[in-house]
Write a protein that binds this ligand. Structure first.
Ligand SMILES: O=C(O)CCC(=O)C(=O)O
Ligand SMILES: [Fe+2]
Length: 272
């Protein structure tokens, strides 16, 4: 296991195959699919046994529903269960995080050339995660493949050893901090091929992006982030994070819920 840490220190990332079992991955995809097909059923639209097909149906029939489903993906139980699983902390510890803390919830990364929203989010440009964390100096992310990710299917592309250069210069864009092209060479990017269930642990200083050049297919992954509650500068700086929680206090829909709808939740449903 010392190997794992040495490799991580040297390259800024390590790959762990079979981090999730086929059943665990299946469970997650099933829960994603449920969020989609329940809505398709409600709207009396066609439903198939395949998540990708169902996503395409919802995408073409009702973009608002599609976006709402996608936003809810990261809240499913099967994804959050990974955060209650000793395995992820074991690896984080082996890589050097003494006292793991979790600054944010999971993020789902789903991308396909047939699910491209005009003018919408489509992969991440060149960045480091540090600027969207700013917690402990040894903070890291783990990106887990939920489908096979080949080099032609939107792999995460990394620049090995780039973490050793610290913060790269860049500029704040709408949804990320884009690194200035003079800080890296295009030919240094390496696509990370992953079988489903494989995990990549990577330093928040590793330069990476979504591979977007000539890509085809459908891939989905999930990422988690960890700080180290014991890292000296983090303790000194008062455990900071750039994440903020905001809550809408107004009712989203006037007149909802009606009293009888609330009451119904507490009534025994009659068998039909
Ligand atoms: O999924 C991707 O392509 C980008 C992921 C990423 O930047 C991250 O997890 O930090
Ligand atoms: Fe990232």
């Amino acid at each position: 296991m010392k190997d794992l840490k040495n490799k991580y220190n040297r390259d800024g990332f390590v790959i762990v195959e079979n981090f999730l079992s086929a059943e665990e991955v299946q469970q997650i995809l099933k829960q994603f699919d449920r969020l989609i097909f329940q809505k398709l059923n409600q709207k009396k639209l066609r439903v198939t046994p395949d998540l990708f097909e169902n996503l395409k149906i919802q995408f073409s029939e009702n973009l608002d529903d599609y976006l709402a489903s996608l936003r809810s993906f990261s809240r499913i139980e099967a994804l959050n269960r990974i955060l209650n699983n000793e395995k992820v902390y074991e690896y984080a510890r082996q890589i050097g995080i003494e006292f793991p803390t979790v600054p944010t919830s999971p993020v789902v990364h789903l991308i396909s050339d047939s699910l491209k929203i005009p003018g919408g989010y489509f992969g991440q440009g060149v960045h480091q995660d540090w600027t969207s964390m700013q917690g402990s100096l040894n903070s890291l992310g783990v990106w887990i493949a939920l489908t096979d990710v080949s080099e032609n299917c939107f792999p995460v592309e990394v620049i090995p050893k780039s973490h050793l250069g610290g913060i790269a210069e860049g500029e704040v864009k709408a949804d990320y901090f884009e690194i200035n092209p003079k800080c890296y060479r295009e030919e240094d990017f390496v696509p990370v091929k992953m079988k489903k269930g494989t995990a990549m642990f990577f330093s928040s200083f590793l330069i990476h992006r979504t591979g977007l050049n000539n890509m085809k297919g459908f891939r989905v992954g999930v990422s988690y982030r960890f700080d180290d509650g014991a890292e000296e500068t983090f303790v000194k700086r008062g455990y900071p994070t750039v994440y903020k929680r905001t809550v809408e206090r107004k009712l989203l829909e006037t007149g909802f819920p009606k009293n009888e709808q609330v009451l119904e939740q507490f009534m025994e449903k009659e068998n039909t």
